[in-house]
Ligand binder design. Structure first.
Ligand code: FES
Length: 190
């Protein structure tokens, strides 16, 4: 039968796949299955991309960097120090995607003669806690003396004169296989 609209003959529909299937169509389960398959693939792709993104930004910080252990030297090299010893500590590690290298200027101080436990040592950064100048050990004064604004620190890194208002930042240290080890990326203040 011909269909008429406003006097014009409508085109005859021959391909029923362009029309919505009725709820009772035998093809409906297959179409629903395909739709859910597409949603599932999309969800999996989203999840994988999210995991990779989190890994990229977080892993270098909480993974390799936080677990870094760099040997400073043999305990016997430091256990009878009279004055703090300057060390230039080179380190490198690999995070998820690249090789990181760095250098830390540190001082090792022995708190007693014959020091042989982690508690017998202090390792600290000689960066002034006022405005960040590098502070040298001044042998003639028997103290660290900041060349910028005059702050002074004891041999163990304790501030004795301002304008610096806090001690040098310290590194958490451990003794492993007879060596002092630190993570040069992590400091704490006391
Ligand atoms: S930076 Fe050391 S006293 Fe100011």
């Amino acid at each position: 039968m011909k269909m008429i609209d406003n006097g014009n003959e409508l085109p005859k529909v021959t391909n029923t796949s362009d029309l919505d299937m009725p709820e009772s169509s035998p093809n409906l389960p297959r179409r629903r299955f395909l739709a859910w398959g597409i949603y599932g693939i999309g969800a999996v792709v989203t999840m994988v991309l999210t995991i990779l993104s989190v890994g990229y930004f977080i892993a270098p910080v909480v993974g390799a960097a936080s677990e870094l252990e760099v040997p400073v030297g043999e305990v016997t090299e430091f256990n009878n120090l009279n004055v703090p010893k300057a060390i230039e500590l080179n380190y490198q590690f690999t995070d998820s995607f690249k090789q990181i290298t760095g250098t830390a200027q540190i001082y090792v101080a022995a708190l007693r003669k014959g020091a042989n436990t982690a508690e017998d040592f202090k390792i600290f950064s000689p960066i002034c806690t006022h405005l960040g100048c590098m502070v040298p050990w001044v042998e003639a004064e028997n103290q660290f003396h900041c060349p910028c604004h005059g702050s002074t620190f004891t041999a163990e890194g304790v501030v004795t004169k301002g304008p610096a208002s806090r001690n040098f930042d310290q590194y958490k240290l451990a003794i492993k296989d007879g060596k002092l080890v630190i993570n040069p990326l992590q400091t704490f203040t006391v």
